[in-house]
Write a protein that binds this ligand. Structure first.
Ligand code: TYD
Length: 136
């Protein structure tokens, strides 16, 4: 069973160039805590909107603010913790079995998600009451 305290911000490699900008990179077996099978990204999220509001039974994710900023609130059924992501060289590792809410998106924010599995609708828990039963 994973807890909010098991979910951490990982500092990613950042290649810095004074005149030409920056580049960050992740590779399977290197900086990543799990092998990536899927990437997706959220963008054009209207101000005031929230996303997420679900947990995954098995899936792990690394959530990156590729552009702009947003807040991720993690909840293990007992404890909640909010992370304000605003650096493209940081990734929040969300372990399986943790409820997540995303909100407070800045204009132009891009939320890049690296996931340990391909999309499986049956891995989602979308009802908070069901999530609390799952945690017991
Ligand atoms: P959804 O999980 O509801 O987004 P969020 O919870 O972040 O608001 O996904 C929105 C739609 O996109 C939904 O119809 C399922 C689809 N989808 C895929 O087809 N593949 C994917 O990898 C993801 C994440 C979503």
């Amino acid at each position: 069973m994973n807890f909010v305290s098991d979910c951490k911000v990982i500092e990613l490699d950042k290649h810095h160039s004074d005149r030409k900008g920056n580049l960050s990179v992740v590779e399977n077996g290197q900086q990543l805590p799990f092998p990536v099978k899927r990437a997706y990204w959220l963008y054009d999220v209207p101000g005031g909107e929230s996303r997420g509001a679900h947990a995954h039974k098995e899936l792990e994710q690394l959530i990156i603010a590729a552009s702009g900023s947003f807040r991720v609130t993690l909840d293990d059924g007992t404890q909640k913790r909010s992370f304000y992501l605003n650096r493209p060289y940081q990734g929040l590792h969300v372990k399986p079995g943790i409820w997540r809410d995303l909100d407070d998106f800045s204009s132009g924010a891009v939320c890049l998600v690296l996931a340990s599995e391909v999309y499986q609708a049956e891995d989602y828990i979308r009802e908070y009451e069901e999530f609390l039963r799952f945690r017991k």
